[in-house]
Design a protein around this ligand. Structure first.
Ligand code: CP
Length: 323
């Protein structure tokens, strides 16, 4: 099958996927619908569909990852592309090569799309300015993680049939979470009500300007929510203490069996992972009937296949030169 034979039902027109903030509701719908189409044609992404045959995709990860890196690699291979996996710790960065020179070196091997994770907000945007390749943001510092936001939204839509009119709570470390920001932009554009909840120290003071509601008490909002997305406490990004103890955090903001019994009977429990069992979620809930955590992982493959396909349709050929 050729790229242009796959039905794309809505608008796209983007060479890069850097965040959900700048996409329209219609463009988000295009990605979600294409992921659904790919699910039907590939049995959840387990069968190959050679839409990217002859193209090469590079994973440039300057931060650790299990889910995102693996599923982008698998998504590219299921689409028939060649893949290059770059690991910062064993690269020539240690000899003084710059971030941009590193990316341009890998691009010069004939790469068509670059997936970038970096601890610095805006790093993928910098690559988009300097490369010919399409750039996909796989998480930039505390800024955005667009494919995680998309796969969370896709998972909710698959389970509940819609996004518009739902109440979604994002609970936990909002301050350091790029997943929170991508969820907020995507969910609001698609018509959900979004409540962010956590300790005041972990919620930015100006978060309401994004259009969300703020709650400090998880138990108060619990009966209202259709979905709870439990965001990991990002100890690695925190400088200083944001709450007195992990036990206190877990008792006030953790999802546990008692809270599940007080929530709506069909409440959906999501977590982008990796999860800290016993902190933001207990094993009873993580492995229980409300949890869709592993569905999120499965759906991540479809969302990344959809994003790679859409960017491939808009790519510049090597002859066209750098942007
Ligand atoms: N959710 C997420 O981005 O997980 P990884 O860090 O394992 O990729």
């Amino acid at each position: 099958m050729q790229l242009n034979e796959l039905p794309v039902t809505g608008p796209w027109g983007e060479r890069h996927l850097l965040g959900l903030e700048t996409l329209s509701a219609e463009q988000l719908g295009t990605i979600l619908d294409l992921a659904d189409e790919l699910r039907e044609r590939t049995e959840n992404g387990t069968r190959r569909i050679e839409l990217l045959k002859g193209l090469a995709v590079a994973n440039l990860f300057f931060e650790n990852s299990t889910r995102t890196r693996t599923s982008f690699s698998l998504a590219a291979r299921r689409l028939g592309a060649d893949t290059v996996d770059f690991t910062a710790s064993s690269s020539s960065l240690s000899k003084g090569e710059t971030f941009i020179d590193t990316a341009r070196t890998i691009e010069a091997m004939g790469v068509d799309m670059v997936i970038c994770r970096h601890r610095t907000p805006g790093a993928p945007h910098l690559l988009a300015d300097h490369l010919r390749s399409g750039v996909l943001n796989a998480g930039d510092g505390t800024h955005e993680h667009p494919t995680q936001g998309l796969l969370d939204i896709f998972t909710i839509r698959r389970h509940l049939g819609r996004i518009r009119g739902l109440t979604v709570a994002l609970v936990g470390d909002i301050r350091h979470s790029r997943v929170a920001r991508s969820n907020i932009h995507g969910l609001l554009k698609l018509g959900a009500r979004v409540i962010v909840c956590g300790p005041p120290t972990l919620i930015p003071a100006d978060i309401r300007r994004l259009g969300v509601e703020v709650a400090w008490n998880f138990d108060e909002i619990l009966p209202e929510v259709d979905c709870v997305n439990l965001l990991r406490v990002q100890f690695e990004r925190q400088r200083g203490a944001f709450f007195p103890s992990i036990a206190e955090y877990a008792s006030l903001f953790g999802m546990n069996g008692d809270r599940i019994r007080r929530a709506r009977k069909d409440v959906l429990v999501l977590a982008p992972g990796p999860i800290n069992r016993g902190v933001e979620i207990t094993p009873e809930v993580a492995d229980g009937p409300h949890s869709v955590i592993l569905d999120q992982v499965t759906n991540g493959l479809l969302i990344r296949m959809a994003c790679l396909t859409l960017l491939a349709r808009e790519r510049k050929t090597p002859e066209a030169g750098a942007a």
